[in-house]
Design a protein around this ligand. Structure first.
Ligand SMILES: [Zn+2]
Length: 346
């Protein structure tokens, strides 16, 4: 297979290179599985029509990022004569147990059609899907701008990043789509900016979100919240107050921390108290805990429904729902309510 004739228009710039007609991936894709360098030429699969002249790009300096059972992801440099080199990610099933051409076609449809306007904002810029057919087997290569490494739900990230992820997801939902399979491994972050990847399960979605997302607020039920996908992410990012606090090594549900029940708290930790003075101190700590929890409850009770809408819209710009008649509250992340410190483990 030979690359198409290269045609360059001097007025094109790097933002206009999306209509690659062909990509050549050279050098080995996987050091582990390929002994010699490969050189694969592939035509682009299109879901969106383009009137621009086709270009030919060449990907080299390919290194593995993640090699899974179903897909492998590599990082490389895409060079198109006359343009700046691009830092890209290549997702492929070249070394998978089974090829999945249909899944790649669904994914490019999300990039180029459903979520096209989100490229460069909440999903990576996409340089196309290239499929190579040899006999009956179709191997796919999806080429994206490299947009960072996956997050890990076990890490407690700065609130600014959590806000960025949740705002972008909410915006996507308000635009009428859900991701369909959102976990930490398909949220990538580069320089504090999050993007969603693995878009093969993107579906139309009528978001029923009816609850605010406020840091350290008490966790609502899924039913009260209204949207399962956003709920899952907010929950996994540990944005809400947990329903219990740790008191002298015991987890105590907030519902049980109410004025006048110091004795109940002491009873819960009775086995850890050795002396009279420890009991006295624990009683004082129990009083303080009850006061703090009450103060926190009262604070969160004052947040109006209006303010609870899009409490995460911190900059009022790109993260606003585009089609929204329900305007955001003017609260910024700086002025977002701070939780009363209610954990008492001293
Ligand atoms: Zn939703």
């Amino acid at each position: 297979m030979t690359p198409r004739v290269q045609t360059f228009n001097s007025s094109l710039n790097t933002t206009a290179i999306e209509p690659l007609g062909c990509v050549i991936i050279e050098c080995r894709l996987s050091r582990a599985r390929v002994k010699r360098a490969e050189n694969i030429e592939m035509p682009r699969v299109r879901t969106a029509p383009s009137t621009r002249p086709p270009l030919t790009g060449r990907i080299s300096e390919v290194v593995p990022l993640q090699e899974g059972e179903f897909t492998q992801v590599y990082r490389g440099t895409l060079r198109i004569p006359g343009f700046k080199p691009l830092d890209i990610a290549i997702k492929t099933d070249a070394y998978a147990l089974a090829r999945r051409p249909d899944a790649f076609v669904r994914e490019i449809d999300s990039y180029e059609r459903k979520l096209r306007s989100f490229q460069g904002d909440s999903i990576p810029k996409c340089y196309g899907l290239y499929q190579l057919q040899v006999d009956d087997e179709v191997t796919s290569f999806l080429v994206l701008k490299f947009s960072g490494s996956p997050i890990d739900f076990n890490v407690d990230y700065p609130i600014e990043l959590k806000v960025d992820i949740i705002n972008k997801l909410t915006t996507l939902h308000h635009a009428g789509f859900c991701h369909g399979d959102l976990e930490d491994y398909n949220i990538v972050v580069d320089d504090g900016k999050a993007m969603f990847i693995d878009l093969e399960d993107v579906e139309p979605h009528h978001c029923q979100l009816k609850c605010s997302i406020i840091p350290d607020d008490l966790q609502p039920t899924v039913t009260d919240f209204g949207c399962r996908e956003i709920y899952h992410i907010v929950y996994m990012l540990d944005v809400w107050q947990k329903p219990f606090v740790n008191f002298y090594g015991s987890d105590i549900y907030l519902a049980g921390i109410i004025p006048g029940r110091e004795g109940h708290l002491l009873w819960r930790i009775r086995l850890r108290l050795q002396s009279e003075s420890e009991c006295e101190q624990a009683y004082l700590d129990a009083q303080k805990l009850i006061e703090d929890v009450e103060e926190w409850r009262q604070f969160y009770a004052t947040i109006t429904d209006e303010r609870r809408k899009f409490a995460f819209s911190d900059d009022g710009s790109a993260s606003e729902p585009e089609d929204s008649g329900s305007s955001s509250a003017d609260s910024s992340s700086d002025s977002a309510p701070k939780a009363t410190t209610i954990a008492s483990d001293t």
